[in-house]
Design a protein around this ligand. Structure first.
Ligand code: PLP
Length: 426
């Protein structure tokens, strides 16, 4: 079978730690709207938007026309040493949207690189080499970004370029196994006393891989105040939360009325083309010494894709759609959780929604049952994600173009999975 053969070759050609979803990984061959067709011709509603990358979904005519216009010039890429019209236009637009005074933008290829660059700039700007990050955060897979990622299992490097203080994300553990400090603010202040000044506080406005948890606004604001008092810059990692995905706001940090010094972004900006970047006050990015470019960062095709994606989100009111369809989906998750005690703590913002899978009696996270739910959904034509501290959280994040009919269909499939996969003690 073709997909099986590809799976075998994938396993032998790629490192052991490259994760694929599903016992038999999906092999997409085409897609349109929110639907991916696999190599067997089966349709799947994509309620994970790639990995929150495909903001618009698939086969969007305006998006394709914008890419075609760029490709018609004969240039997919020359060099970021030359002037690139789309790069400059995108930088101007993002700087203006960011609300950061005197903002400049540096483009890279991924969220990891964006956070690396932000931490480098914060370190150069402040002279500090200490970073405050949140428990259960995820900021990427490099030496630097794994060091500040507080999610267990995603910190492969024993080497850290920084001293990192992990502050509580303010959530109490669902299973009572963890013991967050009673007063997280006092705890952070006490742990910073006597340490070198921090260069940065880095936060996700809604934690992504950590399970779509929204840290309490009051806590984030107090952490931001403490960081500022210590001379640290505030980096908001908006890799998952920007461009209206949270429904109520264009940027995730607006949910908390934060005023970041630095914003990092990637994932959904270019509807699936690789593009990331850093937006920051000029003095912060300018403090990086020497001369530098990113070979592909700011590539004309990716920047054209980003401009077309942002246009489409704004022209079609997709932030409002995220809020509306997100509320419908959240109501469905609440209803399902009422009917199935193993579905815990439905939550989320806009189209970043999650529910934990746990033993209905003990509340202990059940990652095996979560995987079973994800497989059952896939078998019935729905793709969702998984995550959380214990790998027991179902994550749901369709493209911002999702329709109410598709939400109803997804809810039906989720209900069937909940019925079918309830842990035996339920
Ligand atoms: N930051 C956040 C919040 C993320 O969710 C991710 C990826 O999931 C990253 C950074 C790293 O991005 P990338 O995988 O593009 O390097």
């Amino acid at each position: 079978m073709k997909s099986q053969d590809l799976h075998d070759r994938h396993r032998s050609a790629l490192p052991r730690w490259v994760t694929t979803y599903y016992e038999q990984p999906l092999h997409p061959v085409s897609a349109t709207g929110r639907t991916i067709i696999d190599a067997h011709g089966r349709p799947h509603l994509d309620f994970f938007a790639g990995i929150l990358t495909n903001s618009l979904g698939y086969g969007v005519a305006e998006f394709r026309r914008a890419l075609d216009r760029q490709l018609d010039t004969g240039i997919a890429h020359t060099s970021t040493l030359y002037l690139i019209d789309a790069q400059v236009r995108l930088a101007e637009r993002l700087a203006e949207q960011s609300g950061i005074d005197d903002a400049v933008v540096f483009f890279v290829n991924s969220g990891t690189e964006a956070n690396d660059t932000a931490l480098l700039a914060a370190t150069c700007h402040t002279g500090g080499n200490h970073v405050i990050a949140l428990t259960d955060g995820y900021h990427g897979r490099s030496l630097t970004s794994t060091a500040v990622s507080g999610l267990p299992g995603w910190q492969p490097s024993p080497y850290s370029p920084f001293h990192v203080t992990f502050a509580s994300n303010g959530r109490t553990s669902p299973d009572g196994e963890e013991h967050p400090p009673e007063d997280p603010v006092a705890d952070l202040e006490a742990r910073l006393a006597g340490l070198a000044p921090p260069a940065a506080l880095i936060v996700e406005p809604v934690q992504g891989l950590g399970g779509f948890h929204t840290p309490p606004t009051a806590l984030l604001q107090q952490y931001a105040r403490i960081a500022a008092q210590h001379g640290a810059v505030l980096i908001c990692d908006e890799v998952q939360t920007a461009w209206g995905r949270t429904g109520r706001a264009w940027w995730g940090h607006q949910l908390h009325q934060l005023k970041p010094d630095v914003i990092t972004f990637a994932k959904g900006i270019a509807n699936g083309l690789p593009l990331g970047g850093v937006i920051a006050r000029r003095e912060i990015l300018d403090s990086v010494p020497g001369k530098s470019i990113s070979t592909f960062g700011g590539n004309p095709l990716a920047c054209t894709a980003a401009l077309a994606t942002l246009d489409h989100i704004l022209d079609h009111g997709l932030q409002r759609n995220a809020e509306k369809t997100g509320q419908i989906l959240l109501a469905e998750l609440l209803r399902l959780s009422g009917a199935h005690p193993h579905l815990r703590n439905p939550r989320g913002q806009g189209l970043m929604l999650a529910v934990d899978i746990a033993d209905p009696h003990t509340g202990r996270p059940d990652s095996g049952a979560a995987v079973a739910h994800v497989e059952a959904c896939r078998a019935n034509g729905l793709l969702i994600g998984i995550g959380g501290r214990h790998g027991s959280t179902l994550r749901i994040a369709p493209p911002l173009t999702v329709t109410e009919e598709e939400v109803a269909e997804a809810a039906r499939i989720l209900a069937a999975a909940a019925q079918h996969c309830a842990p035996t003690s339920a």
